[in-house]
Write a protein that binds this ligand. Sequence first.
Ligand code: IVH
Length: 723
Amino acid sequence: MFAPMSDATANRPPSGGTDPVRRIAALRAELARHDILYYKQAAPVISDFEYDLLRHELNDLLARHPALAPATETPGDDRAEGFAKARHHTPMLSLDNAYHPAQFATFITRIQKLLPPGEPLHFVVEPKIDGLAVSLVYEHGQLARALTRGNGATGDDITRNLAALPALPRQLPSGESPATIELRGEIYMTNAEFLRINTARADTGESPYANPRNLAAGTIKLLDPAEAAARRLEIVLHGIGHCDPPLFATLGEFRQALQRWRLPTVEFFQHATGADAAWAAIAQLDTLRHTLAYPTDGAVVKLDSLRAQTLAGANSKFPHWAIAYKYAPAQAQTRLRAITLQVGRTGALTPVAELEPVELAGTTITRATLHNADEIARKDIRENDTVLIEKAGEIIPRVLRSLPEKRPPGTTPFDFAHRVAELGLEAVRPPGDAHWRLTAPTPAQHARHLAHYASKHCLDIENLGPAVAQALVHTALATSPADLYTLTREQLLSLEGFAEKSAAQLHTAIADSKHRELWRLIHALGIPNIGGQTAKDLARHFHTLDRLANATLADYRRKQRGKKGQELTSEESIIAGVGPVVAQSLLTWFSNPAHHELLRRLRTAGLNFGDKNAPESPAPAGTPLSEKTFVLTGTLPSLGREDARALIEAAGGRVADSVSARTHYLVAGQNPGSKLAKASTLGIPILDENALRALLNATAPDATADQPGATADQPGAQQEFTL
Ligand code: IVH
């Protein structure tokens, strides 16, 4: 018997009624609802583990009451509108799950019955990566198609969105690749990338994404490949759908071929002969999985031999030759002391659970996000409740639910509107917005906005950091950025810690900020979702703040037309990096009369709105660098990163943060990072500083056509660079 690792069923949800017919119907309806939330909307409301328990309960009931079972059960359906559909060569099945040692033992017994007597049980054991199932088809070595699982038989064609996976080889080495191979794998997001995106969201006052799995699924399903490429996804391959001609006898051999072909494979891969060895590998992985860079929720145990797999067979939903052993997620119970409201820089109010400190998978948890008012209402989470918390995707704690059976008397449902009023906040929940937002900002928010406005990546007002911003708000000298421009030197001198010289310097720095580039002002306005790069893209596209302020949806989104000219449901971004969310954010911000007033005052103060001789006015269209995307890595011998960026942008190019299929050049210096390897895999031209300068000179508007300067496409440009 296999020793249990954790009590996976301790938090099993109540089973409801005892009448099997009614319970089966209720479970089916509940699961169908969660399938839609998970597969169609990529926004589940229960954890995978809870979902699996419901699914398992249904399967148990159906096994005991076969008359109530439908003829076939098929996996869920992730197909979405806006994608072409294509059939899988071999259906994409799901995996049966086990949660207890006893269920693992049942899997072993079933396999033994299905295989000829005496057939050895050679298994491989790997982590179950919590991502999005994908099928890649290579034809004659060339990546032809990527499909999601869809309904198992037909999936969505997501080939375009592989732009988010620049490192994936599009071509297998010649000579070795089969005529057709259908590879099965998982697209996922690392914990680090998930945290990066959520941290950026917190900075612009947006609620965080729930977990890396859903964000990966949501990203690959973005209709706009440019938006998808802005988030970094990874892929691993773990299975064969179809291979013509057949090349492999075992999964072990298959994995070696993947590695020769430079395709990514699962990093923990153990051979195990017999049930006990497989169990030991499952247990080993349970301790190791916390150290992996991506979320895993179980171990997959599979027969190694493809012949044995065929003998074991499959049902309509999953193969008999494999099983997923699901580890119980780290959960804990604690008391919810209070619900507080956290104000983001843009005024969004995020409810936060203040918890009695509790240990969870090695860390002490005292706070967890409650996302928004709807989430609290739906889960009926009340102050003083005992709540169940879980580390979703092993990183961020979340409140799973409250335990009403432990609820003390006298609690009342949490009333968001009432709490807002109680705190004396002026806030509204705009239609269609999940968040309440402050209409009258708090002093702290004013100070944060002033500090953001003055920061290095905005109007770069030296010595106006968070402390000075706070002092300006506290003394009522400035609450809005526009107030800065009417401050006198004497007023600055009145601030604590300021002397004649420092007051004069700040006064000059404020005055100087009027002449900064337009993109800096756009970034400084603090519009939700607008970071520095988007501000640059907007400045380059609209040229003046007035044109940006007067833009309508049609200026951002172009309806796609079908071959016959009919309007399709999908839309295309007109400006790279400005998808529907960003466009909506801009439209909302510029429709607020308070913001018009701010702009009016800034214009009166003499800020550069781009209608003068703005330094960022676009490079003449048609120069070789217009619309070219560069990525910088490592330290260049003489140019600082910002200098290089400025030179590239002045020549009409664009600087992106990460290498993707849409990168035109990588500029690499000393100690380059992983971007270099990625760029060389993708065959992107790599420039050193000299080559960059030569390229810029060659493309400068006054450069004559016969000027020598090397370009990256010419071998000379790269000769001094060592990979
Ligand atoms: S083997 C016939 N190995 O989990 C399916 N699947 O819940 C054989 N998954 O459909 C799948 N990591 O998308 C396999 N190391 C791994 C996996 C893995 C994640 C996914 C896969 C599968 C799903 C089932």
